[in-house]
Design a protein around this ligand. Structure first.
Ligand code: FES
Length: 107
């Protein structure tokens, strides 16, 4: 099983194919997902510090372009399936913004 390491938090194993945002949340780590995993809000964004993820496609690619001016390693965790070891940094947390995390994305 792949291992996901969240900077400043912990490392944990994840079933291959799991959505990254759900893997992080289910590990007990605070992460936002205001639009429910539909590539619209960008609150689930993470920095991919290490590890390979496929390039953004479709709705994610369009949203990242629309937001603009983001580093290439910033991605929407609701659009990424964990397929190998990743090291990520969660960029938006409910405990920091004071806003509820949002509807839980579907598996
Ligand atoms: Fe809204 Fe991922 S873009 S939850």
């Amino acid at each position: 099983m792949p291992t996901v390491t969240v900077e400043g938090e912990k490392a944990f194993e994840v079933e291959a194919g799991r959505k990254l945002v759900l893997a992080i949340e289910d590990a007990g780590i605070d992460i936002m997902h205001r639009c429910g995993g539909n590539a619209r809000c960008t609150t689930c964004r993470v920095e991919i510090v290490a590890g390979d993820v496929p390039p953004p496609e479709g709705d994610e690619a369009a949203k990242l372009v629309a937001v603009g001016d983001l580093p290439e390693n910033v991605r929407l965790s609701c659009q990424i399936r964990v397929e190998n070891d990743l090291w990520v940094n969660v960029l938006q947390r409910s405990s920091v913004t004071g806003v509820a995390p949002g509807t839980r994305p579907v598996d």
